[in-house]
Design a binder for this molecule. Structure first.
Ligand SMILES: NC(=O)c1ccc[n+]([C@@H]2O[C@H](COP(=O)([O-])OP(=O)(O)OC[C@H]3O[C@@H](n4cnc5c(N)ncnc54)[C@H](O)[C@@H]3O)[C@@H](O)[C@H]2O)c1
Length: 250
């Protein structure tokens, strides 16, 4: 068990990639707090984990708002008895042509995908610094490196996510906090459903550019997330682990 007794928070774990990581961490011996704006999704993840005999607790949070993040963090740390690892996977990806993005949609994407990392990372780091260290994993995207149509706000948020990770590294290493990015490629989740012919058709232009010939599944992200949380990566900070089936190699 590579994460035995580690105390972990995973945001966005009510669905998709965050859920798969929460389940993977629990299998490796971690106690996990499943934090999500969608309470029923979070409850579903928790019951799946508990049904396997592992420990999990749901907390509702909207990562865009400081008060909510600080409340969630205090409650989660109370239940966990401390905090070793936070994975920030909460995110949204509306597809809208650049000429049609409203101020409201711009703010929602940036606040969720980028400010959420600031608020969650800062709240976690305050605790970790006082406790002697920890691990922060920001879930970014292959779209921190390249753009796609209809995603100007999303790619801006993910480029920012990659860079806030680096900024955090420089200020937090002295507190023994490691900070890394996990960058998924196109992955079959409710954000990007790819398990139907219609879903696959929507990404027909992208599929030929994935050398491995298939989209990712949420479970494909779990190994990298375990590595980054475990002592196996004890000298890794500021890295981006791409899990994209080779998309960016083309
Ligand atoms: N699916 C992909 O193809 C893909 C590719 C690259 C990166 N990502 C990133 O991976 C992460 C997880 O995405 P996913 O594919 O699992 O999507 P998903 O929609 O399945 O899960 C995202 C979760 O985040 C939660 N969430 C959204 N806004 C929130 C908020 N303000 N506060 C708290 N929780 C909130 C949702 O309720 C949901 O449970 C995101 O950051 C996404 O940008 C996904």
């Amino acid at each position: 068990m590579r994460l035995k007794a580690r105390r972990c928070i995973i945001t966005g774990a009510g669905s998709g990639i965050g859920r798969a990581i929460a389940k993977g961490y629990a299998r490796e011996g971690a106690r996990v707090v499943v934090a999500d704006a969608n309470r029923s999704g979070a409850d579903e993840t928790v019951s799946e984990i508990r049904s396997q005999g592992f420990a999990a607790e749901a907390k509702e949070v909207d990562v865009r708002f400081r008060e909510e993040v600080e409340r969630m963090m205090a409650e989660a740390i109370g239940w966990l008895g401390g905090l070793d690892v936070i994975v920030c996977a909460a995110g949204i990806s509306p597809v809208t042509h650049f000429l049609k993005i409203s101020d409201e949609e711009w703010d929602r994407v940036i606040d969720t995908n980028l400010k959420g990392l600031f608020l969650c990372g800062q709240a976690a780091a305050h605790h970790m610094a006082a406790a002697g260290g920890g691990v922060i994993i920001n879930v970014t995207s292959q779209l921190a490196e390249v753009a796609q149509p209809g995603c100007a706000h999303y790619v801006a948020s993910k480029g920012g996510a990659k860079m806030i990770t680096k900024g955090m590294v420089l200020d937090l290493a002295q507190h023994h906090i490691r900070v890394n990015s996990l960058a998924p490629g196109l992955t079959n989740t409710p954000m990007n459903p790819l398990d139907t012919p219609e879903g696959l058709a929507a990404y027909a232009d992208i599929m030929p550019h994935i050398p491995m010939g298939r989209p990712g599944q949420p479970e494909d992200m779990v190994g990298a997330a375990i590595f980054l949380a475990s002592d196996e990566s004890s000298y890794v900070t500021g890295a981006t682990i791409l899990v994209d089936g080779g998309y960016l190699a083309l």
